[in-house]
Design a protein around this ligand. Sequence first.
Ligand SMILES: [Zn+2]
Length: 429
Amino acid sequence: MPLNVEVGRMPYHWPKDTDFALWELDVLDRDCPVCGRFMHICDHRYRHFHSLEGPVELVCKLNHCPDVACQGHAKTISPELEMTIALPKMAIGWDVFCWVGHRRFSRHWSIPQILSELSDQYRIKISADSIGRYILRYQVMLAARQEDPKTLLEQYQSVDEMILCIDGLQPEKGHETLYVVRELTQKRVWFAEALISATAEEVRRLITKAKEWAKALNKKVGLWLSDRQDAFVTGIAAEFPDVPHRYCDNHFLRDVAKPVLEADSHAKVTMRKKVRGLRKIEQTVLKQQGTEAPKDTTAADPESSVGVVMPAVTPPQVDAAGAVVLDYCAAVRGIVNDDQGGPLHPPGLRMAEALNEVRESIQRNLDEKKGGSQRSNLVAWPVASTEVSTQCGRNTRRSEATSRRSRKSRQPLILEAAVVQGVSRSSRN
Ligand SMILES: [Zn+2]
């Protein structure tokens, strides 16, 4: 079996005209490990793999003891350095292997990105499956290295005090929680365990383990951080009685944010109640243009379709003014259904700002029409339906400023509608 075959995988296919660099490896210590006699070369092993410098043909000279009576005769010895060049059965050398792992875990590249960069930059063509397997192996090695006591000792040499934290993560709903112990001064994950039932006893075991690690490093723990889960509070108090224990500010923020988000959600409901009748406006436009409204499976009331971004209605034939009205409707619908944003960017606040922009935009259109000679039925549309009272002083001031500015710059109607569409798109992201 050729050695560049991954066990149970298809062998790597090298094109016939591949230009390999020839590397030869000898056994360095040629004394028979059993009798000490000088060993002979008995065979050659040929390997092919990618290096960042190009394809390599590695010839390994295999040795054995010439004495048929010696146990060392039946056993072949491989060159010691082979493992330092490429792992057994891999079609890439260590340099490519490390390059892949670094791009994945340090730069967070996707597999397709790694694939194309390897191909473009180094002319290395490997399948996505292989890359996936290399990444898995890299991960295993990295994890082993992370827990290597010698490496840890080196990294913590210059550290005076450590800050430890423990938290439970749930990578997927319904899965057991992964409890992770991290050290924050070196930003290092110490260890992680999936606990099916996170009893106080189980959690305490992890905290005891952290204590053993700290002891092995011979460093003081200056602070513990966690959320207020009982098992953390009691476990840390028991194992680290003299170490202050603080609650994580992220969890704190999340808890504080709860009432804020509730108020924000309430404001959203109020705004949605005011901004109604989009469907009716659209139907009126389409009727006037003699076009049947496309069947809308979603409800006319935006309130009942929270979180669903409805497709914009794009009727086949409406005149310019009608199209603008429909565009406005689509924009407002996008805004009203936008649920993005967290505690620091409450969705209701975003909604209020976006609706205000629409209102200002419509006002600019109306001002434009009043100045122009053409009468438009746009004025007849229920402009008031976009009215939003946010009771927010900043917004009001800003709105005044914008409308003053816009009265000076007279923009065409269509452009204005395009701007509003842009607003609605960006607010959906
Ligand atoms: Zn021997």
